[in-house]
Design a protein around this ligand. Structure first.
Ligand SMILES: [Zn+2]
Length: 120
């Protein structure tokens, strides 16, 4: 259950992050999920819906953002999003590229309604 362990590590990350807050209420979470990250979005959504009850994410709006494949080209220096399943530069066609996006699972945004005031 890859998606379930992702969910658990996401929760752990969020709990760590919210430690300084008294009673944090998360209003929105944006997750950036690379198209080649191997994450099944439908399944992840199902996992979150089933397991968020009683967690910090219970009332949060959770948004998935698909991160496209992105490459940085060493020939022309541009950053592009190849449209086909190839790591060649979409601007000059060079294969002298480095993949810089599309494989990650990132907690992009965490919005908190802190009813108890700031941690200070
Ligand atoms: Zn190029």
């Amino acid at each position: 259950m890859h998606e379930y362990s992702l969910f658990l590590s996401l929760l752990k990350t969020i709990e760590e992050y919210l430690k300084p807050y008294e009673k944090p209420k998360i209003s929105k979470v944006i997750l950036s999920i690379g198209i080649y990250s191997g994450v099944d979005l439908e399944y992840l959504d199902e996992v979150i819906r089933n397991f968020k009850v009683g967690t910090l994410l219970e009332e949060a709006e959770i948004i998935f953002e698909r991160e496209p494949l992105r490459v940085q080209c060493f020939q022309c220096g541009k950053i592009g999003e190849p449209t086909i399943q190839s790591a060649s530069c979409p601007f000059c066609g060079s294969f002298d590229t480095k993949i810089i996006g599309g494989f990650d699972f990132i907690l992009r945004t965490l919005e908190i309604e802190d009813e108890e005031g700031s941690p200070n």
